[in-house]
Design a protein around this ligand. Structure first.
Ligand code: CO
Length: 331
């Protein structure tokens, strides 16, 4: 069975000194250890340990072969977005890392694809970069779950999403700069608690902000990590919508009405959670995603879907490859 991973990340092996170019603090850079590992740095602070699969296509392809993957879609890590910087700087970062992604894909023997980043704090620039990225071969764009506190119900963000719908550019929403950061600083709770909440918040904001009522049904949009806590708490959300008018926002229908307007990846790390995901969303709305090659990603890629009992072969094929080919227009 063909297996295509839509949620993986890359870092270029090196890039220019951004502090030297722009000044200021906390720019991302890689501190290489000389043994195929590196530390992602933000200024002088360690951010995340990584290894050469991030930048070396041969390592990535060998590990894809080990786990039976035919293809992988790469995207930047949100630490490279620069949403909190002046828009011109974020635009520079987007071009820099989008071009770098295409260089990695060019060495991928036709098995690697990429989603672009955009300077989402400037909608005109974001639309222009999304279109440029599509023209040079990107199969979609990845955006953060909010931009400087403006969520998925933000008018400018909706304008960007409509642009993507018009230009047939698929959108993948990744959590970043998570809510409750002051309460989740310890024990990696920003990733284990903050990220699922952040992703749920982005989906709920889009629904209750009336986004799906306003946006073209042509829009293809997917959310990371199985939608975070969204699916498990959908009943609570619907109940609130029906029984408190202030919980309805601008949505014309209860939240569960919109499940056929978006996709979720399968990165939930538990067979019961995956069954719930498929039960609620349908097997045509979930796509295989790993978060490779990070420590919090699926370490044996594809194992969760392969080993989940109660999912038929046709459903597994849809999750592993059919839905992604449709979503990203890959043939
Ligand atoms: Co990720």
């Amino acid at each position: 069975m063909q297996v295509l991973d839509i949620h993986s990340h890359f870092f270029p092996k090196q890039w220019e000194d951004l502090q030297a170019r722009f000044g200021g603090d906390d720019w991302p850079w890689l501190k290489h250890n000389g043994d195929g590992t590196a530390m992602v740095m933000k200024g002088n602070s360690p951010f995340r340990p990584i290894y050469q699969a991030c930048w070396d296509p041969d390592t990535r392809l060998a590990e894809m072969d080990r786990d039976g993957l035919c293809g992988q879609i790469l995207s930047a890590t949100p630490v490279l977005f620069g949403y909190d910087r002046p828009a011109a700087q974020a635009e520079y970062l987007a071009k820099l890392f989008n071009d770098a992604a295409m260089e990695i894909c060019a060495q991928g023997k036709g098995r690697l694809f990429a989603m672009a980043q955009v300077p989402l704090q400037d909608i005109d620039a974001a639309c222009a970069e999304a279109s440029r990225a599509k023209a040079i071969g990107h199969v979609g764009v990845q955006i953060g779950s909010h931009v400087n506190g403006r969520g998925m119900d933000d008018t400018a963000t909706l304008t960007f999403l409509q642009h993507c719908a018009d230009e047939e550019i698929p959108v993948f929403v990744h959590p970043w700069d998570m809510i409750g950061a002051d309460r989740t600083a310890n024990y990696m709770m920003g990733w284990t608690v903050g990220m699922p909440a952040e992703t749920q918040l982005s989906i709920v904001s889009l629904i209750l902000g009336g986004g799906f009522d306003r946006l073209s049904p042509k829009l293809k949009i997917a959310f990371a990590h199985g939608g975070g806590s969204f699916v498990f708490l959908l009943g609570r959300l619907d109940n609130a919508w029906h029984h408190r008018d202030i919980a309805r926002g601008r949505s014309e229908h209860p939240p569960s009405h919109y499940l056929d307007r978006f996709y979720l990846d399968s990165a939930v790390f538990d067979d019961g959670a995956l069954r719930l995901l498929v039960d609620k969303m349908g097997d045509q709305r979930v796509m295989f995603g790993t978060d490779y090659p990070f420590p919090l990603g699926e370490q044996t890629m594809g194992a969760l879907i392969r080993n989940t009992e109660g999912l038929g072969e046709q459903s597994k094929r849809r999750l592993f490859v059919d839905n992604a080919r449709e979503f990203f227009n890959l043939r």
